[in-house]
Design a protein around this ligand. Structure first.
Ligand code: SAH
Length: 346
C-alpha cells in the first residue's frame, strides 16, 4: 500500500501550508513541517517532536518521506569525489564533488539518463528514464556538502547543474530544487553561486528570463556553425543557432547577466580558423565568456581532443577581440567523474 502514498518532499512550502489548512490545522504547521523536512532533514515523522502525535499519525497515513542513498563513493587522486546515488525506485544517478584551491563545487544530476543525443557524451548513451524530483536534486547537494566538510574540512561553495541530464527539460523540478537550496529553511546558499548548464533549449531559456531566476546560465555551444553543431549535437536541428541566439538576447535584455559558453575543441571537427571566426561572431551577440573544456574521451574513440596549437589559436583569437576565455582542466578523470563521463559504469 505504501507505494500509493505521496512523497511529502514533492510538496512546495505553499502546498504544505494548504494541506494543513485543508485538514483544519494552522498554516504555520506547514512551516514547521517544511523545516523538519528540509533544514533538519529528518527521515521519519516520529522525529518531528514539536508536532502532535495525532498530526504525525495523519501525515504517516498519507505520505512517505523519500530520501536518496549514497550507494558508493569513489575518490580521485586529485580530491574529486564521485557519488553513485540510489533513488527510492532503484535508479542510480551520479554527482561529483570538485575541490579546487578557492572553491568546492557540487556537480549534480537533473535526470536519470538524458533525452539528448550529443555524440561526444557518455550520458547520452543512456536513455532518459525519468526526471529527478526536487528533493532528489536537493539531497545530492546535501550529501556533497557533508562530504566536503568531512573530507576537505570546508563547506560547499558552488553548485553546477552539469551532471546527468538536461536541466531545462526538467524545468519545474530544477527550479523547485534551487528554491530549496537557496531558502533559509534549506541551505541558504546564494543563487549567484549556482550555475545551470543547458545544451541550449531556446524556449526554456526565455522562460528562465521571464521567471526572473537569479542563478547563472551556461550554454554548451561547442560550435557556432549550424551544420557542425547538428553533426555533434543532432537535436540542434530543432533548436537552431538562430533561435538560440534570439533566446540569449532575450535572456540578457531581461537579466543583464552574461552567459558562459562551454566549448570543447576537437581534432577535425571544430579546429579551423573558420570555426574560431564563427565563435567570435556568436560571442558578439550578448556579453559572455568562453570556457574551453578539455575533452574527456569516452570509450568509442570517435572524438579526439584538438592539438594545443589549435586551442591556443582559439585563445588568442578570442582574446584579441576582448572576449574573456578560460581553459578548464578536467578533474576526476581516473574515476570517470569528469564532464561527459557520467554513465553509471560501476
Ligand atoms: N545537458 C546539459 C548539462 C550537462 S553539462 C548541457 O549540455 O549543458 C555537461 C557538460 O560537459 C556540457 O557542457 C557538455 O557538453 C560537456 N561534455 C559532455 N561530454 C563531454 C566530454 N566527453 N568531454 C568534455 N565535456 C563533455
Amino acid at each position: 500500500m505504501s507505494s500509493a502514498k505521496k512523497d511529502i518532499r514533492a510538496l512546495s512550502k505553499k502546498e504544505l501550508q494548504d494541506f494543513f489548512i485543508g485538514i483544519g490545522d494552522k498554516k504555520f504547521r506547514g512551516d514547521q513541517v517544511y523545516e523538519w523536512l528540509w533544514n533538519k532533514g529528518v527521515h521519519s515523522f516520529e522525529d518531528m517532536t514539536n508536532i502532535s502525535k495525532d498530526t504525525r499519525a495523519q501525515l504517516e497515513e498519507r505520505f512517505v518521506i523519500n530520501h536518496i542513498k549514497v550507494d558508493s563513493l569513489q575518490k580521485s587522486t586529485d580530491g574529486t569525489i564521485k557519488n553513485a546515488v540510489r533513488l527510492h525506485d532503484g535508479y542510480v544517478v551520479e554527482s561529483v564533488l570538485i575541490p579546487t584551491e578557492s572553491r568546492t563545487t557540487a556537480c549534480v544530476s537533473s535526470q536519470v539518463g538524458c533525452s539528448l543525443d550529443c555524440k561526444f557524451c557518455a550520458t547520452a548513451k543512456l536513455k532518459r528514464m525519468r526526471n529527478l524530483n526536487p528533493d532528489e536534486i536537493y539531497d545530492q547537494v546535501v550529501a556533497i556538502h557533508r562530504e566536503s566538510i568531512l573530507y576537505h574540512d570546508r563547506p560547499l561553495s558552488n553548485i553546477v547543474f552539469m551532471g546527468m541530464g538536461e536541466p531545462l527539460m526538467n524545468y519545474k523540478n530544477v527550479l523547485k530544487s534551487v528554491e530549496m537550496i537557496t531558502s533559509d529553511e534549506g541551505l541558504g546558499m546564494s543563487p549567484k553561486r549556482i550555475t545551470v548548464s543547458t545544451s541550449g533549449v531556446p524556449k526554456m531559456i526565455r522562460k528562465l528570463a521571464d521567471d526572473e531566476v537569479k542563478f547563472n546560465l551556461a550554454v554548451s555551444l561547442h560550435s557556432a556553425i549550424q551544420e557542425t553543431r547538428e553533426q555533434i549535437m543532432p537535436f540542434a536541428k530543432q533548436f537552431t543557432l538562430t533561435d538560440l541566439r534570439d533566446a540569449l538576447e532575450y535572456w540578457y535584455s531581461k537579466t543583464k547577466r552574461r552567459i558562459t559558453y562551454e566549448y570543447v575543441v576537437w581534432k577535425d571537427v571544430n579546429d579551423t580558423d573558420a570555426d574560431i571566426k564563427a565563435l567570435i561572431q556568436f560571442c558578439k551577440y550578448v556579453p559572455c565568456k568562453v570556457n574551453l573544456i578539455e575533452y574527456n574521451p569516452i570509450d568509442d574513440g570517435e572524438f579526439q581532443q584538438a592539438s594545443d596549437e589549435a586551442i591556443n589559436r582559439y585563445i588568442s583569437g578570442l582574446e584579441s577581440q576582448r572576449i574573456p576565455v578560460t581553459v578548464r582542466r578536467s578533474r576526476g578523470k581516473d574515476i570517470d567523474a569528469a564532464c561527459g563521463q557520467l554513465a553509471n559504469k560501476s
